[in-house]
Structures are given as C-alpha cells and as structure tokens.
Design a protein. Structure first.
Length: 307
C-alpha cells in the first residue's frame, strides 16, 4: 500500500458527539486503529492552517511530504485536543470551503470531500468515515448533491464507510457514483448498506469478500493510475442493527411526514433531522450508532493496510 497511515475524519468529533465526549471519542477510535497495526492521522484546519495529525511512527515520512507541500502542517496532540474542545464551533468544511477557511484563519472540521483532498496530498491511501454524503431526495430537480461524490470521482483515495443514510436517495447516489467512474464495492454482501441498517434494497455494483480482496482492489487502482477514488461499503455489525433499525424506522416516519406536509428543497433535510431526533427511542442516539459503525471500519481498514 502507498502508506501505512489511515486518515480519520475530524467531523466525527464535531457533528456526532457532545463536547464532553469529543476527545474521549477521538482517543477511542485512534486506539482501535493502533491496535490493528495502522497509524491514525486526523485531518483538520486550525487557525487557517491545514493540518494532518502526526505520530512518532508517521513523522519521518511526513516531514518529507511537508518539505514538498508546504501548505500542509503537522497536527499535534495538543491541537487535536483543542479541536475536540471546539466541537460545533469549528466550521463544517467541504472542498468548496477550504480556501475561505484558510484565508480567514478559521477552524475547519473537514467533511469527506475535504479530508480526501488533504489525504491525497500527503500520500494517505485509505480514509474512514461513518457515512458519505449523497444525492438528496428530489435531487433530480434541486441538484442537491454532496461534493463527497464528485470528490470520489477525481481523488484517488479509498473511502471505507457504512454506506449512505436512507435520508438520502441511495439509488440515485449509486447512479451518480457510476457516472463519476467510482468503483463501489460492498464487503461480504451483495447489497449496498444504508449506514444504520445492513440493507438498503439496492444491489452493490461489486463485492469483495476478504481483506486481501480489498487490498488488491486498492493496489490495482493505484497501479493502473486511475484518478478516481474507491468506495468500500462495510455494513453495520449485526449485533448493533437493532438500534440502527429503530433510527431507520424514525427516518421512514419523518420522510412520510415530509411528503404529507410538502416539505421539499433546502427545508427538507433540517426538517427530517429534527423529526428523527423527536421520533427515535430516547434510549438510542446517533452518537451510539455512529461510534459503533466507525469502530468496525477502523479495525477493518487497518487490517486492509497490512494485507
């Protein structure tokens, strides 16, 4: 593989956890990466400086990259702690926002598209996240399409995720990824996962059945010089699917309410998220599910790096 470092999305800390849990969450997921033999490398923007977390194992190779690409800086443990404390005060930063956040000296929690951009610049081949963005419902008329999809079409980084949340239009998301030339493979299943649940009702374009298969797929893409990314969809562990099903049920109820109330366009996503939070069981939270999904991915991705 091109690198033994595994990129981790800073938005996990920003968007899914209360401030008091941010640092704890960061440390837990990084421990999982290290336990499986890879090196965590969180990416963020602090005070207008794009940063990649650097540990002792990664420092020697990273210093050489910084010498070539001076716009990337090292993210220290202290700065990682500061990022966790910032929480929602950090700006959600997609590729389109990078220049503005840097120019204004701001703090940015990078989305999938921005994280892929920086990962590629420092030679990180694999990046993990909970779920990618996609084509929003009614996207054929609103053109509300996540920049995550276009980034996958132009940046050669493998993204491991639990699929796409069913709040989005999964069939059109897969069609858009095909248009972008992105290889999409589901792990040990023929069906594309829907983040909270194992199944989405959509057939996965391709399938990989072992860690070695995943490693060969990524290596083949690199060796062929393809300039597109790869999406490896890893279903939520079966033991956590019951909690996922509760949230999925709330999503479906919220979608029904949106249709009945004719909520569309830019108002739809905030409406759906607010309704899901009210409809779900009090004992089940996004944080619990979101942490469990990336945990499995990080262990999985670390093994792929070693394959």
């Amino acid at each position: 593989m091109a690198s033994s470092a595994l990129s981790r999305i800073a938005n996990l800390q920003k968007h899914f956890n209360p401030t008091s849990k941010n640092l704890e969450t960061a440390k837990e997921v990084e421990a999982i990466i290290r336990q499986n033999g890879a090196i965590p490398a969180t990416i963020a923007i602090l005070d207008g400086l794009p940063c990649v977390e650097v540990t002792e194992q990664f420092t020697s190779s990273f210093i050489g990259i910084v010498a070539i690409d001076s716009c990337i800086n090292c993210l220290s443990v202290e700065e990682l702690e500061r990022l966790a404390i910032l929480g929602r005060k950090a700006q959600k930063t997609a590729r389109r926002d990078i220049a503005h956040v840097v120019a204004t000296g701001g703090n940015g929690a990078t989305t999938v598209s921005a994280t892929m951009f920086f990962a590629a610049k420092v030679g990180i081949a694999i990046f993990v996240t909970g779920g990618i963005g996609g084509v929003h419902r009614h996207g054929e008329s609103t053109l509300d399409i996540s920049s995550d999809l276009t980034e996958l079409g132009r940046t050669p980084v493998a993204v491991v995720s639990a699929g796409v949340k069913s709040i989005l239009d999964i069939p059109r998301t897969l069609e858009y990824l095909e248009t972008q030339g992105v290889c999409v493979a589901a792990y040990q299943t023929n069906e594309f996962p829907a983040f909270f649940t194992e199944k989405s009702g959509c057939k996965a374009p391709s399938r990989v059945d072992s860690l070695e298969d995943c490693a060969r797929l990524i290596d083949s893409s690199i060796n062929l010089g393809l300039t597109t990314g790869i999406l490896i969809a890893l279903p939520i562990p079966r033991e956590h699917s019951a909690s996922g099903n509760i949230i999925e049920s709330a999503i479906q109820k919220a979608l029904k309410e949106a249709r009945e109330q004719n909520v569309t366009g830019s108002a739809e996503t905030p409406f759906l998220l607010a309704r899901v939070l009210r409809l779900r069981s009090p004992s089940v939270s996004y944080e619990n599910i979101d942490l469990k999904v990336p945990d499995g991915e990080k262990g999985f991705s670390s093994h792929v790096l070693r394959s």
